[in-house]
Write a protein of this length. Structure first.
Length: 541
């Protein structure tokens, strides 16, 4: 829940912190403030950090921690202000530049964020988090060439991952190509999270005779979804408190044959466990739309639509495994609402939406959306996951193209059910480019909302094509900007087609490979068996 610090301070009063902590030195106050911060007692922590600043106005660490406090509760304006002040106080601190960049990414200001991550790396070339943030933001940037994105991933791996291979021991897993295999999945997000919509079908429909499945959970959140997933597998390991060496040793001791990464370079990843090569075969899948850059990662799972054969291999350090139909299998949440009546029929106007985060909304997309809205003067657009500090950019770009602010509705993060409820008022979802949506596309289709996507040449701009293609909805896929605008406008003007599509999308999805959990699990297991046989046929190294 977003908190506004100034109003909170008015409510609790400054005296409460002073009575709790007697007059102290800045160092003593900082120690107590950091303890409060680590305990998530953020209001008290803020008061104490501000007391430090009363004694020492340019105390760089106090300024920085106030920025972290604002970021933790998603008050991004507060966070930006104090991160900027901390950089002024200590210009050569790489972490300060990195953390300001991370806030700018949340606000959708990705180009500026990339500059800050590069500044952080210029100060400290070994700052792992800044390098991970840079390669993630490069995936979002339309200006970044695929070969440069690949090179940056490999550069990260050569510093932070590849050197660890020198310590890897020979794997003594039994080289029987047809025996029961031990497959393990590793993620911090085995919880209410986009990932679980796509990995749960593989766990639930697995062939228990041919495969023993374990999960290594590296996250701090345990919820009802976590508990449900534990019942679907043969073994569950909580590894959040283990360091990378300890976790790698546990995985090796468990005799895992194929270890699957479900995070890539996303937040809370544990790629440096994989760098230690605890399993003879290592695979990356699902969450991250690019290479890991690591020589220790053997394979990446995809499909022939996201990665056409012969077209994209040069952008991956891993060998590509293409599932035969679609790399996605979507399990709709049981609490998702029924398909609602067509909102256009009730309002007489078309409502477009983008449900992807602000960091995927590029200037190019805003220009295309403005053209669509311009062709339909009564239409409006809804955007979600846009923090207050990211809205002015969007309003300004659309206003310059003639879109009145009254036609634009923006929301920050919403609770899941409120987010789903928005679909009842949406006629057409507009996908983002070059980073397509994944979960949002599937949710929209399940809730009866057609999705218009813009496809490109590399994985992150072909996810929509893969998903819609699996449902035989190629008419909603645009290969150019002109087609994207045309398809959206034509669909919005055809009320009968739009209504029929809304009423039929859920059944169409049910009949497609996108929800064929059993077929998907068999295809995935066939891939696992194939790479295992290949390993068994190679001489030990």
């Amino acid at each position: 829940m977003k908190m506004l610090f100034k109003s909170l301070l008015r409510n609790i009063g400054r005296g409460s912190a002073k009575t709790a902590v007697p007059a102290s030195t800045p160092a003593q106050l900082m120690a107590e403030a950091r303890t409060r911060f680590e305990a998530n007692d953020l209001v008290r922590a803020q008061l104490l950090f501000e007391e430090v600043l009363e004694l020492e106005p340019e105390h760089a660490d106090a300024l920085h921690f106030l920025g972290l406090t604002g970021q933790r509760v998603r008050d991004l304006g507060f966070a930006m202000e104090y991160f900027e002040r901390s950089i002024e106080a200590r210009p050569k601190d790489a972490v300060f530049h990195n953390n300001l960049g991370s806030v700018l990414v949340q606000a959708g200001r990705t180009e500026e964020a990339a500059v800050l991550f590069r500044k952080a790396l210029a100060i400290d070339p070994n700052l792992n988090i800044a390098h991970i943030n840079l390669i993630f933001v490069m995936v979002l940037l339309e200006s970044a060439r695929p070969e440069d994105v690949y090179a940056e991933h490999v550069a990260w791996a050569k510093i932070h991952a590849d050197p660890l291979l020198a310590k890897v021991k020979v794997h003594d897993n039994s080289r029987d190509p047809e025996r029961r295999l031990r497959i393990a999945y590793l993620s911090a997000d085995f919880r209410q999270h986009a990932l679980t919509y796509f990995i749960e079908p593989a766990l639930a429909q697995r062939d228990r005779l041919a495969f023993e499945v374990l999960c290594y959970h590296s996250g701090t959140i345990v919820d009802d979804v976590t508990r449900r997933l534990t019942g679907l597998v043969d073994g569950w390991r909580e590894i959040v408190d283990l360091d990378d060496d300890q976790a790698a040793e546990l995985i090796r001791a468990d005799g895992i044959d194929i270890l699957v990464d479900l995070s890539g370079h996303l937040r809370d990843n544990r790629l440096q466990i994989f760098a230690r090569k605890p399993a003879p075969i290592q695979v990356t899948y699902l969450a991250y739309p690019n290479t890991t850059g690591m020589s220790a990662m053997d394979y990446r799972i995809t499909d022939a639509i996201c990665d056409p054969p012969g077209a994209t291999e040069r952008y991956y350090r891993e060998t590509l495994i293409r599932l035969p139909r679609c790399m996605w299998c979507y399990r709709p949440h049981e609490d998702m609402p029924a398909v609602s009546p067509s909102p256009m029929q009730a309002t007489g106007r078309v409502t477009f939406a983008s449900m992807n985060g602000a960091n995927k909304v590029t200037e190019r997309m805003l220009a295309l959306w403005a053209r669509i809205l311009g062709a339909l003067p009564d239409s409006r657009i809804v955007l979600t996951t846009v923090p207050e500090q990211g809205r002015e950019r969007i309003r300004t770009a659309l206003a310059k193209a003639g879109v009145n602010e009254a036609r634009i509705s923006m929301h920050d993060r919403l609770p899941t059910r409120e987010f789903w409820a928005l679909y009842a008022g949406i006629d057409v979802l507009l996908d983002t480019f070059p980073m397509n949506g994944g979960t949002t596309t599937c949710e929209a289709l399940w809730l009866g909302v057609p999705v218009v996507t813009r496809s490109g040449d590399i994985f992150q701009s072909r996810a929509g094509l893969s998903i819609l293609g699996s449902m035989e909805l190629g008419e909603l896929v645009a290969g150019s900007d002109e087609d994207y605008v045309r398809i959206a406008v034509e669909l919005a003007r055809d009320k009968a087609r739009l209504t029929a599509m809304r009423n039929g999308l859920r059944e169409r999805m049910r009949a497609s490979p996108l929800t064929d959990a059993q077929g998907y699990a068999r295809a995935l297991e066939t891939a696992y068996r194939g790479i295992w046989r290949n390993w068994c046929g190679r001489l030990p190294q």
